[in-house]
Design a protein around this ligand. Sequence first.
Ligand SMILES: *[C@@H]1O[C@H](CO)[C@@H](O)[C@H](O)[C@H]1NC(C)=O
Ligand SMILES: *[C@@H]1O[C@H](CO)[C@@H](O)[C@H](O)[C@H]1NC(C)=O
Ligand SMILES: *[C@@H]1O[C@H](CO)[C@@H](O)[C@H](O)[C@H]1NC(C)=O
Length: 411
Amino acid sequence: MASSCTINLPLWALIFFALSLNPIEARGPVGRLNGKSPQWTAAGGICASSVHIYGYKCEEHDVVTKDGYILNMQRIPEGRANTSGVSKRQPVLIQHGILVDGMSWLLNPADQNLPLILADQGFDVWMGNTRGTRFSRRHKSLSPNQRAFWDWTWDELVSYDLPAMFDHIHGLTGQKMHYLGHSMGTLIGFASFSEKGLVDKLRSAAMLSPVAYLSHMTTVIGDIAARSFLAEATAIIGVAEFNPKSGLVGTFIKAICLKAGIDCYDLLSVITGKNCCLNASTIDLFLANEPQSTSTKNMIHLSQTVRDKVLRKYNYGSGKSNMKHYGQALPPAYNISAIPHDLPLFFSYGGLDCLADVTDVKYLIDQFKFHDTDKITVQFVKEYAHADFIMGVNAKDVVYNQVATFFKRQS
Ligand SMILES: *[C@@H]1O[C@H](CO)[C@@H](O)[C@H](O)[C@H]1NC(C)=O
Ligand SMILES: *[C@@H]1O[C@H](CO)[C@@H](O)[C@H](O)[C@H]1NC(C)=O
Ligand SMILES: *[C@@H]1O[C@H](CO)[C@@H](O)[C@H](O)[C@H]1NC(C)=O
């Protein structure tokens, strides 16, 4: 059966590129942003621009990873609603996907935003911002202008970023936490929990648009893009930072579009047409705030994941190099089935999601066939695509309330 998807991972970049083609001019000179809400510039940080404005408490936190990155986090310790009946608020860590940051959860009106909804439901809400995104471009000794700053992939998010965030939350609250990931936020969660690193601090996990296997890619553009990325990454390999807003990456993406025979200018309508439930004002705000940079090496790793069908650590390209890094010729695999079988899990995936493709999600869920059956909840949202899970105007009713109920069941 032909897939309805025109695009696929890891080319969020493609999407962003297409989306960013017109809005800059359309939005007018920067001066016109004066008078708009602070959300347009995120000046003063995420709490100031996007949480305080709705009347919620919010704290900015910095955590330092074992390899020296300084990551920014936000904590929304309580809601506006009267939850004085709640004795001890359980922490929830919300982890965004690739090429965006925590801000992407806060662009809708307050009553539609996941972090605020969870706070109102009585949770102690924490938001992560992975290395390289705008408020986490800091390191104890490196600067983002240096190549070494970008020498990482999602393997390092698994080994360093998540543990730093978990330790920080656990240290301050003394409690086990719930985890909520979207897209690459689910990938690093699965990989981490399979290595059992953080499960002693984990109460349950909700995975929206879950991705771990990306190989059932039937679409032309995704396939070409992934292969091009490996074959032609040399063109941009000199650029360690993958910034979709930069000219070099733009040129590369244009070349992919040309090869695939698609008009990148059409992608905006393709994407927004597929996400059933986005608010046009929110999309504008989204484009003003995202995309965020990642490392080129991370994009290559994701392309390898598309190609290889097995979830492995970064492949250095030759048996010899891998031997040097891992002591074996093939990069070590992550074993999803090794996630503790009694970990409560909630999956939600969309029928129109081109990135977390239905076939791949089904394959992923199949890896949990030995999981305790009463610990798994699977929700399928037929009309949802990738971004609906972050910004859908009806996501509160369709997904977020179900997530909150699931978390409360694990108390
Ligand atoms: C909040 O709810 C509690 C009981 O659930 C009640 O005793 C208290 O008066 C409420 N406070 C406000 C400000 O409504
Ligand atoms: C869309 O967003 C705007 C601006 O935040 C808001 O005023 C409007 O109510 C939203 N529409 C829906 C359907 O939620
Ligand atoms: C993965 O983990 C499962 C459960 O612990 C185990 O039965 C299986 O042998 C593992 N697979 C590999 C390839 O190590």
